[in-house]
Design a protein around this ligand. Structure first.
Ligand code: PLP
Length: 365
């Protein structure tokens, strides 16, 4: 029932010719585990099926997936347009790519006219998240695909928030889907992994031009853990959705909360819910009704069930705030209030989590 953990770095062949043949098509053969490995392949087949993609490669982290996707498709002189709020290190990598003659812009307001206005003749790629990082605004995938195709640009989406259960971007025409498998897909905060999914030819190109050369392969043991996590993905996602919404609604009605940023509670996102976005996960944010750093700290430090930490998508609930006391200007530039708190609602039970938040809100304001 469970796939074997093929814990080997290489695969010995019967003859020199067999090795030569396998090396001439490493994408399709087990030669060396930096390229292909049967345990990793079992996970890749599953993710490809879930995303309705022809091919998938799994990597040692979500960032390794982002790096391979950008490195494997871009060249000197290309321009990338990032749409919506994007995971910070992805933009950090884009800033490093400037050294190699690759430029980029960011459109925070994902309206079609604003996206078109930022396109350049050399825009090779539109890269986006939906819902976006931290504020969870959704964008119309079909609209972005239409804009990119008219311009002759590729499209990539980071689909980590929704998982393939709640959003299937390849069916809407996106060229490549990227995942941090670390989050909901693996689901238990015990593995760091990533994935890229798309048409076989594109994944094959990325395999030779980036995957093998950058060396961010996933190990068999981590692939096995991610595979095990995937088995409960539907059950977990449904409960994350129900409990996330219950907590978000509680906060939306709380007098010490200014706003809640959740796609199901946002009027502009609602028209995409049910058409492109088929469900909501347990990750969202809200704004405390205070600008005070010490009150923000008091709130976070009073939480008992919500642990304070990075990452998200596991069975245990997490909270994190981007305000560090001295970065209000930087946050404002990204339309983020200083009282912003991101919650990853786990599976402890929504009433227990609501009680925890209620207690912490009492002491904080
Ligand atoms: N994409 C999103 C939206 C993320 O939140 C993260 C990590 O937090 C990543 C990508 C990077 O994934 P990893 O941490 O597995 O490298």
């Amino acid at each position: 029932m469970a796939p074997p953990i093929v814990q080997t770095s290489l695969f010995a062949k019967e003859s020199h010719q067999e090795l030569v043949d396998a090396l001439s098509n490493e994408f399709g053969h087990n030669v060396y585990s930096r390229g292909q490995n049967p345990t990793v392949e079992a996970l890749e087949r599953k993710i490809a099926l879930l995303e309705r993609g022809e091919s998938c490669k799994c990597l040692s982290s979500g960032m390794a997936a982002v790096a391979a996707a950008l490195f494997g498709t871009l060249k000197q002189g290309d321009h990338v347009l990032f749409v919506n709020h994007i995971y910070g290190p992805t933009l950090g990598l884009a800033r490093r790519l400037r050294r190699y003659g690759i430029s980029f812009d960011v459109v925070l307001d994902p309206e079609a006219e604003k996206i078109r206005a930022q396109l350049k003749p050399n825009t090779r790629l539109i890269y986006f998240e939906s819902p976006g990082t931290m504020l969870f605004r959704t964008v119309s995938i079909t609209e972005i695909v239409e804009i990119a195709r008219a311009h002759g640009a590729l499209t990539m989406i980071d689909n980590t928030w929704a998982t393939p259960l709640f959003q299937k971007p390849l069916l809407l025409g996106v060229d490549l889907v990227i995942h941090s498998v670390t989050k909901y897909m693996a689901g238990h905060s015990d593995v760091v992994a990533g994935a890229i999914v798309g048409k076989r030819e594109l994944v094959r190109t990325l395999f030779y031009d980036a995957y093998l050369l950058l060396g961010g392969a996933l190990g068999p043991m981590d692939a096995w853990l991610a595979h095990r996590g995937l088995r409960t993905l539907p059950t977990r996602m449904l409960q994350h959705q129900v409990d996330g919404l219950a907590v978000a609604r509680y906060l939306a009605d709380h007098p010490r909360v200014r706003r809640v940023f959740h796609p199901a509670l946002d009027s502009t996102s609602q028209e995409l819910l049910g058409s492109e976005l088929l469900g909501t996960s347990g990750l969202f944010s809200f704004e405390l009704a205070t600008e005070s750093y010490s009150r923000l700290c008091a709130f976070l430090n009073s939480l008992k069930l919500f642990k304070l930490g990075v990452s998200w998508g596991g069975v245990e609930s997490l909270a994190i705030a981007p305000f560090r006391g001295d970065n209000a200007k930087g946050l404002a530039a990204q339309n983020m209030p200083t009282g912003l708190v991101r919650l990853s609602v786990g599976l402890e039970g929504s009433q227990l989590l609501i009680d925890d938040l209620g207690r912490a809100l009492e002491v904080s304001t």
